[in-house]
Design a protein around this ligand. Structure first.
Ligand SMILES: C[S@@+](CC[C@H](N)C(=O)[O-])C[C@H]1O[C@@H](n2cnc3c(N)ncnc32)[C@H](O)[C@@H]1O
Length: 347
């Protein structure tokens, strides 16, 4: 749990939250307890809703599945892309007054300026790990994971870029952020409904991750700094194709993957974001990178896979029993990673 300087805002009044002992507090004295497990609940008026994302069973199945390494190649590709974009970000953020260049809310700007002058930056003539090494960026580089689930991707990215970024994870499910905070002590995790207001300050984040999770283009654009980056992972029509076919053969009807998902996703973001091509593995520069490989799943993996997706809610119990009798299956993992960049201010 590390809420120090996290750009979280109050879900009631929108003021910046600051940590005081085991609470986050805003200027209007709204307070939010930091749970013993290390996350904070910023669901606000949404906390009594029935639709609170993935439940405990799904999340534990997801964690077990991810820990078997089946999506490690996706994580590795995300790590490479984020490392590149963070280095671009760190070398391109102009070294002028943050007040002029970043446009945070006043209170946040003051705090970052104080940090830049104090413990967040040059103390003995050198930058801390969290700040830029060539003098261009004078505040921590924030990465926020929208719909972080049990935290697999943000944790992996933060470990990979050890100390050079700060991380925030948001998910509507309290169990998700509880698991994420338990694993990743350096991250700041909050329960929040990203379909409504994202509880992050305007233009406070350098890079957003959005992996198999809901998207809110206007809010993502609001919280990203100008020319900040958005990395979106979506499944292609081929993703888990053989597994879907096996479910169908067992009489179950799996949820479909939307047609033309890449085009639809890009269209969703097109008012605020532009494609940002990067070069990966020596290939031509592109803003869409495909990750495609085969995995072999045993019976436990197959049970976890069914349980961790909303398919578990949609497939009748008898059909699920038949599916659970599958003992082994080889299937395709196929996703696209989109890299987009926030347009200049006010676009
Ligand atoms: C398919 S899971 C992906 C989780 C994670 N990104 C991963 O790939 O492991 C989708 C996640 O989005 C969360 N979610 C669904 N609706 C949400 C909302 N309105 N606000 C925030 N999170 C939401 C769910 O609780 C779930 O953890």
């Amino acid at each position: 749990m590390s809420f120090r300087d996290a750009p979280l805002i109050c879900p009631i009044c929108g003021n910046l939250l600051t940590q005081q002992e085991r609470q986050l507090l805003c200027a209007n004295a709204h307070s939010f307890d930091i749970a013993r497990a290390g996350y904070v609940n910023l669901l606000g008026s949404y906390k009594n809703s029935h639709n609170l994302g993935d439940d405990k069973t799904m999340l534990h199945a997801r964690r077990a599945f991810l820990q078997r390494g089946h999506y490690m190649a996706i994580l590795n590709a995300v790590k490479r892309i984020v490392a590149h974009l963070v280095s671009v970000r760190k070398s391109s953020v102009p070294n002028r007054s943050l007040r002029d260049s970043i446009g945070f809310t006043t209170e946040l700007t003051e705090r970052f300026l104080a940090d830049a002058a104090g413990d967040g930056a040059m103390t003995d003539g050198t930058m801390t790990d969290e700040t830029m090494t060539d003098g261009a960026m004078t505040r921590p580089c924030w990465v926020a994971d929208m719909g972080c689930g049990e935290g697999f991707y943000l944790h992996g990215v933060m470990q990979h870029l050890a100390g050079s970024i700060r991380g925030v994870g948001l998910d509507i499910s309290k169990e998700a952020v509880r698991l994420a905070a338990g694993q990743n002590k350096a991250g700041a995790f909050a329960a929040a409904n990203i379909n409504r207001q994202v509880p992050l300050a305007d233009q406070s984040v350098d890079l957003l991750l959005n992996i198999f999770a809901p998207r809110n283009a206007a809010e993502f654009a609001r919280v990203l700094a100008p020319e900040g980056f958005l990395v979106v992972v979506i499944p292609t029509a081929a993703h888990l194709h053989e597994w879907r076919a096996a479910l169908t053969a067992q009489g179950a009807t799996p949820l479909p993957i939307a047609q033309a998902k890449q085009q639809r996703t890009e269209h969703q973001f097109s008012d605020y974001f532009a494609p940002y091509p990067t070069r990966q593995n020596g290939q031509a520069a592109a803003h869409v990178h495909e990750v495609c490989y085969r995995i072999t799943l045993d019976q436990t993996d197959l049970q976890n896979l069914l349980t961790m997706t909303p398919n578990a809610w949609h497939i009748a119990a008898e059909d699920q029993k038949r599916v659970h009798s599958l003992t082994q299956l080889s299937t395709t993992v196929s996703v696209q990673i989109l890299t987009l960049q926030r347009g200049p201010r006010n676009s």
